[in-house]
Design a protein around this ligand. Structure first.
Ligand code: GTR
Length: 324
């Protein structure tokens, strides 16, 4: 054997070792539209730490909060191509990509928060996550986070459905929500979360609809001082991984990711309840008027939306209604 060859053979174990090391550590970017400290952000950070510890540092998560990696729509696109490895977004953003999830995006589909939680914790919740995973869009649905109850906030008070007539109300980019707001008599206008603040300020829209923590943390309350408790949407929020990333994980790593994602679901819920209560108090302190409003006219007005979008899911909707 000549000298060069000997040298090559001697170096092989080192080369294997180095390539082994390179494979052993995988870096995962997690994208969040919400700012640091928000319940979804904290729960995902804690999940990342637990997974990192349980895999001896093989999976390293870095949180990019505050929308620095783009709007939810852009992030969902990046997750599909594997440029972002994990995210939590509103189910509203997923609907236009995986239409089967829209059954949870329908107005008044859940009776209340307890009903929604019973559904996402049970088999129907898993079925909708599986719809994401089994779709052709290269994402894996892992768990749910609580996105609270969405109510209307406006620059002029809405005390009855008549007051909403003709108002321009921002919604997420999902035709179902435009139809919902239009059915209520408003003008649904789609834009990304990051655009709402200035749209409210400049009068591009007359209002928006969301939960108290988002209204507070994204500063929407600075322009919209009236919060009408319509409760028209209760949207759970899926935690998703890029399937490109998922397929690179060992079966053991996949099991750990699933396990800690489910733990994050429950941890976020607790953080959510605390955050909702404190946000409500802060909004009131800041002069936001919480308006109790008769929900029935809103429920009735949106019946055609449920008929239109719910038609293919009649059996599933019966099962949702039956859950106590
Ligand atoms: C929040 C939700 C975000 C985002 C936002 C919005 O409640 O947590 O994921 O969807 O609403 O309306 O853009």
């Amino acid at each position: 054997m000549n000298f060069k060859r000997k040298l090559l053979i001697a170096a092989l174990p080192l080369a294997f070792c180095l390539s082994g090391l390179a494979q052993a550590e995988m870096k995962l970017k997690v994208a969040e539209i919400h700012p640091a400290g928000y319940p979804t952000v904290v729960a995902q950070e804690n999940m990342g730490k637990k997974i990192e510890a349980a895999t001896n540092g093989e999976l390293k998560f870095t949180m990019f909060a505050g929308g620095v990696l783009g709007s939810e729509k852009e992030v969902v696109e990046q997750v599909q191509i594997g440029a972002v490895q994990m995210t939590r977004v509103s189910l509203g953003t997923v609907g236009p990509v995986v239409p089967d999830v829209n059954v949870f995006n329908m107005p008044f589909i859940f009776r209340d928060t307890a009903h929604m939680r019973a559904i996402i914790d049970g088999e129907i919740g898993q079925e909708i996550l599986d719809k994401i995973t089994d779709s052709e869009f290269n994402m894996v649905g892992l768990a749910w986070m609580d996105g609270g109850v969405r109510n209307l906030y406006t620059k002029k008070p809405v005390r009855s459905i008549e007051d909403l007539k003709g108002m321009k109300i921002r919604v997420m980019g999902n035709p179902l929500f435009i139809d919902t707001l239009n059915a209520m008599g408003a003008n649904g206008i789609a834009m990304g979360t990051g655009e709402i603040f200035s749209a409210l300020q400049t009068g591009v829209v007359d209002g928006a609809e969301n939960n108290p923590p988002t209204m507070l943390e994204h500063n929407h309350y600075k322009s919209a001082k009236y919060y009408s408790l319509t409760g028209h949407l209760i949207l759970p929020e899926p935690l998703m991984m890029s399937k490109t990333t998922w397929n690179k994980l060992s079966p053991e790593q996949q099991t750990l990711v699933k396990k800690y994602a489910k733990e994050a679901q429950l941890e976020e819920r607790q953080l959510w309840d605390e955050k909702s209560a404190s946000s409500e108090a802060k909004l009131k302190e800041a002069g936001v008027e919480f308006i109790e409003i008769d929900k029935k006219p809103f429920y009735d007005a949106t019946a055609p939306v449920r008929e239109k979008y719910g038609a293919p899911y009649a059996a599933l909707i019966k099962r949702i209604e039956a859950v106590q």
